[in-house]
Every structure is written in C-alpha cells, then in structure tokens.
Design a protein around this ligand. Structure first.
Ligand SMILES: N[C@@H](CCC(=O)N[C@@H](CS)C(=O)NCC(=O)O)C(=O)O
Length: 205
C-alpha cells in the first residue's frame, strides 16, 4: 500500500507510525497538497493528506477512517485500538484529545503561513495555542498517572500513545515558543520513550 503525504503532517505521521506497528508492507509518496495536488486529487476528493492507496487501487481518506480500516485488516493481537469495552473508550478519548491538539496546532500555524502578515489575527492564533496547551495539559496528567506504562492503561502501546507522541512532537516543532516539552514533562518523557523506537524514528519529518 502507498501512503501519500509528508511526515511534517501529524496526521500522516500517525498513520505512518501505525503502519509500522501493524507490520504492513507500505511505501510513502511524499507530496505536498499545496505544491502538487494532482496525485492526491486522484484518490481523495478533499485533496488532503493522509491518503492511503491500497494495493488494488482503492483510496482511503481521513486518518481516523484509515486507522480504523488498518486495525480491521491487521491481526487481532496487533490492533492499536481495542475492539470494544472500556479500553477502547479510553484509547479513543485520548486519541481524540491528541488529534484535536494536532488540529489546533495546525490552525495556529496555518494562520501565519497562509495569511499576509497584516492579516494574521493574533487573538485567533492565541485562542488556538491555548487549546493546544489545554490538550497537552490533559495528556500530561494522564501520562503522569501512566508512569512507565502506557497512556490508556493498555498492556502495550496503543493508538493513544502514538497520537499523543506525534501531537507533542508536532506542537514542539511548529509552536516552539510554547515550550511544550518543558511544560509537560510527563508527556515529554512518554514521547521521548516512543520517539526512540524504530517505528517512530524511521518516519521523522
Ligand atoms: N482530519 C484530517 C486532517 C488532515 C489534515 O489536516 N491534513 C492537512 C495536512 S496536516 C492537509 O491536507 N491540509 C490541506 C488542506 O486541508 O487543504 C485527518 O485526520 O486526516
């Protein structure tokens, strides 16, 4: 299968890390939707990344839906989101906070990237940065409770750990003035543990 998009996108990266953990055979097509939309448009009417093209040519869009399909195709023992029950709910909720944090960091970053300087609305940037801090603060409390274990209390790494790690690493890169690694030391420790794993370090922007 082929993953379209660069690892600079946290949504692409969480899919890439998940593909590694799930053990799929895959390759990357690192296109930017802004510089060359055509390869994405062929498979995704929204022209967004990540887009995943399966071996038979079927295109999958939206990281949630892609990851759901991948878990469904993988061996049960490898699933990154438990199939049901309280563990599934915990993983889904922590993942939702992580992807919401990614959204907000992207929005704050895009405001400066896509608007001329005189049209950047600082209160909107600050609003989004505040939500980034809120999301990471929540994950930091959960990381403190998890200690040397995993965020959602699963016996092994789950989508919650993957997405939370990708979220703080991304926020640290695109919102450096927020000093998230210093402010959220528990989450930073979990992220450092994850980023040292091949599944993460092989897909670094
Ligand atoms: N909710 C989407 C978000 C994907 C997303 O925001 N992708 C960005 C790159 S980080 C993108 O394609 N931006 C181009 C655009 O939306 O026009 C997902 O989880 O896949």
């Amino acid at each position: 299968m082929k993953l379209i998009g660069g690892y600079g996108s946290p949504f692409v990266r969480r899919v890439a890390v998940s593909l590694n953990f799930l053990g799929f055979d895959w390759e990357q097509e690192a296109v930017s939707v802004f510089d060359s939309p055509d390869p994405v448009k062929k498979h995704n009417p929204l022209v967004r990344v990540p887009t995943l093209v399966l071996d038979d040519g079927e295109g999958l869009v939206e990281s949630y839906a892609i990851l759901d399909a991948l878990d469904d195709m993988a061996d049960d023992a490898k699933r990154l989101i438990p199939a049901g029950g309280a563990e599934r709910r915990a993983v889904m909720q922590l993942t939702a906070v992580s992807t919401g944090t990614m959204d907000k960091a992207v929005w704050a970053y895009y405001e400066g990237r896509f608007h001329p300087a005189e049209k950047v609305h600082e209160p909107w940037v600050e609003h989004n940065d505040g939500q980034v801090m809120g999301g990471l603060g929540h994950l930091d409390v959960c990381a403190a409770k998890a200690g040397d274990g995993w965020l959602a209390g699963t016996g092994r790494i789950s989508q919650a750990d993957i997405s939370a790690t990708v979220a703080i690493t991304f926020a640290n890169r695109v919102r450096p003035h927020l000093n998230v690694m210093e402010k959220f030391g528990n989450l930073a420790a979990l992220a450092n543990r994850c980023e040292a794993m091949d599944e993460f370090s092989s897909v670094t922007p």
